[in-house]
Ligand binder design. Structure first.
Ligand code: BG6
Length: 508
């Protein structure tokens, strides 16, 4: 958001799933941060809806406790009180039409606090099975109806579908009662500063874009490595797995931002159209390609950062013979003029050696070694690495002469660290998303066709895995770089992955 960003117009923010983990861990701190930055409308009503009976006072106290638990610095009491004073609680189930009748009354009762505004943002922080129900009930109650001069918008969390067909069905269902302009589908990766920076890096600088193509780039590696295991999410994760959980959304978004064509302007639809186009241009894997282009794995017991972690199959709510992959690596190619022949290698996994999310662009080597005794293979390839998290910044690697009478070539790095240049306030990533939605800017949200394009990429893999029932699933030791089969995927192309842990770093 711009430094001198204006607060949005008066509105109500209604959170469905207000007692849930997402609300407590991310939405409450985000609202508080927005207040601190003076980026909430001063005429705001907050309404939390959940099943359990609770008074508004108890709800405010729970909100406050959550904020103190999840905020990393001391909470400013005035700013917190400002948010709490605007909060109301409504007990009800998502299916019951009565919940919506009560919501309508509460919105009417509090309308004067919002200077008469009808603007309303509904945030669906609910389990995915409730998305369509809540949308339909809201619509039946007339709550999604937009009158001239006012808006009604809905933020929908992930996962959006479990495969291509279910995502298409959910889109059809939602769009049967809402206009696309009212729907804001979340991918929280787009709320991350460093992810947004990929576009600025590419299109805000003159020097990179001329090199950003098949003539200069050898390949791209996109890594989202996590150290966490499945933790308490066994029930969800065992049905989901690494591929569904991370690839059609987060990894596809990183790929789209890295590979898209420059949009004609930064309007929401211009950006989203370019992202969708590049995802649509990804070469469709055929069933026989899945065996050669995709590797999966599941973590066994091990040590992550020195702490013991039990095998995935031993985790609670996970089947003891589960064939769910907790790691996936894949090779994709893009059938367009800019990228023909340039592989994009993607990998993501849980219980790995180190938490590291990055996009690494490896440029082609210099065609000749300058010095007769230096074989061209010994030249350091130029890697440009965009560090997304936890390190935030960019590194460019290149060759330099090692000082001394003999000409020797060594690899060196230029590094940019965000923290060296910018002082950022604490952020969950949801601040920008809530603020943008209140302003009606959908750039950082997924459009129906973008979501479906992501699912289209992984659908052949889901189909192939369904057929083989997870046969020969490699098990990798927790705290390592993942299954050795992933190394073989790149070795076949005479390439290798960048290490996840730094060389020499002891992680397991
Ligand atoms: C979520 C996945 O979407 O993203 C989780 O469901 C994953 O399994 C998380 O851990 C990763 O997000 P982040 O912001 O920690 O990289």
């Amino acid at each position: 958001m711009p430094e001198t960003a204006p607060p949005p117009d008066p509105c109500a923010l209604v959170i469905f799933g207000a007692a849930g983990d997402l609300t407590k861990r991310l939405l409450v701190p985000a609202l508080y941060h927005l207040r601190q930055a003076k980026l909430l409308p001063s005429e705001l009503t907050l309404i939390g809806i959940a099943r359990q009976e609770m008074t508004t006072e108890a709800f405010r106290a729970e909100f406050g406790a959550a904020l103190r638990q999840f905020e990393t610095v001391a909470v400013d009491q005035n700013d917190w009180q400002w948010v709490a004073d605007r909060a109301h609680y409504l007990a009800g189930t998502f299916e019951d039409p009565d919940t919506y009748a009560k919501l309508e009354q509460l919105l009417a009762r509090t309308q004067a606090q919002r200077a008469g505004s009808r603007n309303c943002l509904f945030y669906l922080a609910t389990p995915p099975q409730a998305f369509a129900v809540v949308v339909h009930r809201l619509s039946e109650a007339g709550l999604t109806h937009e009158e001239p001069g006012s808006w009604r918008r809905i933020i929908i969390e992930k996962p959006f579908g479990t495969d291509l067909a279910s995502a298409q069905a959910l889109n059809r269902d939602i769009l049967s009662v809402l206009a696309e302009t009212q729907v804001y589908r979340i991918d929280h990766y787009l709320g991350k500063e460093t992810v947004q920076n990929i576009m600025v890096f590419r299109f805000g600088n003159g020097i990179f874009e001329p090199l950003w193509d098949r003539d200069h780039i050898d390949h791209v590696q996109i890594t989202v490595a996590e150290t966490v295991g499945v933790e308490a999410r066994g029930r969800f994760y065992d049905q989901t797995g690494a591929l569904r959980d991370m690839v059609p959304n987060h990894l596809c978004q990183l790929l789209a931002l890295t590979a898209m064509e420059p949009p004609t302007c930064f309007g929401a639809d211009d950006v989203r159209t370019e992202k969708t186009k590049v995802l649509d241009a990804l070469h469709r894997l055929r069933p026989q390609d899945v065996a050669t282009s995709v590797v999966r794995g599941q973590y066994g017991a091990g040590l992550v950062n020195g702490a013991k972690i039990e095998a995935y199959r031993q985790s609670s709510n996970v089947a003891p013979d589960s064939a769910t992959a907790t790691y996936v690596a894949l090779k994709l190619t893009i059938d367009n003029w800019r990228w023909a022949g340039v592989p994009f290698y993607l990998r993501t996994g849980k219980a790995l050696a180190k938490r590291r999310t990055e996009v690494a662009i490896q440029f082609k080597r210099a065609p000749l070694a300058l010095f007769r005794d230096t074989p061209v293979e010994r030249l350091i390839p130029n890697d440009l690495v965009l560090h997304i998290q936890p390190e935030e910044g960019a590194t460019l690697q290149f060759s330099a002469k090692v000082p001394g009478p003999v000409v020797r070539i060594g690899g060196v790095e230029m590094k940019f660290h965000y923290e060296d240049y910018f002082k950022a306030a604490p952020s969950t990533g949801y601040e920008t998303l809530i603020y943008d939605c209140m302003l009606g800017d959908a750039t950082l949200f997924q459009r129906a066709d973008t979501i479906e394009a992501g699912w289209r990429v992984v659908q052949p893999i889901l189909d192939a895995w369904q057929q083989d029932g997870g046969a020969d699933l490699p098990i990798y030791r927790a705290g390592t770089e993942g299954p050795k089969e992933a190394e073989a995927l790149l070795a076949r192309d005479h390439r290798h992955w960048r290490p996840i842990a730094d060389p020499g770093e002891v992680t397991s």
